[in-house]
Design a protein around this ligand. Structure first.
Ligand code: ZN
Length: 354
């Protein structure tokens, strides 16, 4: 890590990465990270639609992220593509970049950008909680750490996801005549919920809404074992009693649910910690399962990076900036627009795919 003041190294972090309207711009490297509008060269952290958009001249990302973009947008989603593995290092212009696992979804990466002696890490979305469906988050020592703040308030403590799965299984046991519909985003959350169910010993078939099939089969093709999965479509209503079906959150509140016998509506999201959100969505069984770090995860990660400067983006920036400042770290919010929270980021794409 670089402890020398900027006037000695001659490189200020804001000369390496700078927030602009299109996203985080690396001028010396000639690229943008997760740009929200089409750019010549994009470096992308993960496949969620608010970070991975079509129409760039060139895209550099992990093979999984490239595949997910291909699945979602078609083969011509970018002019050119280049895959980079975790731990691999590439020189772009005057900077060196290296990808590290972010623990958020399959293929998700933090991007370390180094120039001269200064290293800035753009972590994208991340979580430090265990997830059997993706590589675990890796702490990357750096000078400047760019962190998300989706759940950047002390009230957000996600707890243990396995306990939430126990709640779901208890409800299934209690209501054998009802179907259980679990709202979960189709990229990442759905596969994690399925894997957690399998880890809890649930080995019955799990049913999928049509919008989840492609991406879930893709996870399986990458070696993530998810057990017996079946399409919900074509099933007789009575045969869905006592079963679990995964569906995009938008589908759990529409007429699609009429094909299920007296469904119990569940929703797997970090926002389910907020009771009003669950009520508002008509969720009977809220499951606090998030693919983002909670308050303890964010603050522990910031500590672990050893970074002296923290840039806080998408979410509840203020409390985290305040926490950093009180610890004597330089911290500031980044005014990046176009990134949704855990609910909104995926909603658009799911509507398009459903
Ligand atoms: Zn994401």
């Amino acid at each position: 890590m670089n402890l020398a003041p900027a006037y000695i190294t001659g490189m200020r972090p804001q000369d390496i990465l700078m927030p602009v309207a299109a996203g985080l711009c690396c001028k010396p490297g000639g690229f943008h990270i997760d740009p929200v509008r089409p750019v010549e060269r994009a470096v992308i952290t993960h496949g969620h639609s608010d970070h991975a958009r079509p129409g760039h001249g060139a895209v550099l990302a992990t093979p999984e992220t490239l595949d997910m973009m291909r699945l979602r947008y078609g083969d011509d989603f970018a002019g050119a593509t280049q895959a980079i593995a975790y731990g691999e290092q590439i020189k772009l212009g005057d900077v060196t970049i290296k990808f590290h696992p972010a623990g958020h979804v399959l293929g998700s990466a933090q991007i370390a950008v180094s120039c001269k002696d200064t290293c800035v890490v753009a972590s994208g979305d991340y979580k430090n909680a265990p997830d059997p469906t993706c590589a675990p988050f890796e702490v990357v020592p750096c000078d400047v750490f760019i962190t998300e703040a989706t759940f950047g308030l002390p009230v957000f403590r996600h707890g243990n996801a396995a306990d939430e799965i126990k709640k779901l299984l208890a409800s299934v046991a209690l209501f054998p005549e009802r179907a259980h519909l679990v709202g979960a985003y189709s990229l990442g959350k759905a596969q994690r919920v399925i894997a957690l169910l399998r880890a809890a010993g649930y080995d019955a078939p799990i049913y999928l809404h049509g919008a989840m099939e492609k991406i879930t089969r893709y996870y399986e093709s990458r070696g993530v074992a998810l057990g017996d999965l079946r399409p919900a479509r074509g099933m007789k209503k009575a045969d869905l009693a006592g079963t679990i079906t995964l569906a995009p959150p938008t589908a759990t509140s529409d007429i699609w649910t009429r094909r299920f016998p007296d469904p119990v509506t569940a929703f797997a999201s970090g926002w389910m910690r907020v009771r009003a959100r669950a009520r508002q969505r008509g969720v009977e069984l809220p499951l606090v399962i998030s693919d983002h770090a909670d308050w303890d995860g964010l603050t522990a990660t910031i500590d672990a990076t050893g970074a002296g400067e923290i840039w806080v983006t998408h979410g509840q920036e203020d409390a985290l900036v305040h926490w950093c400042t009180a610890k004597g770290l330089a911290a500031r919010p980044l005014d990046l627009v176009g990134y949704g929270d855990e609910d909104e980021g995926e909603a658009l794409a799911e509507d398009a795919e459903a």
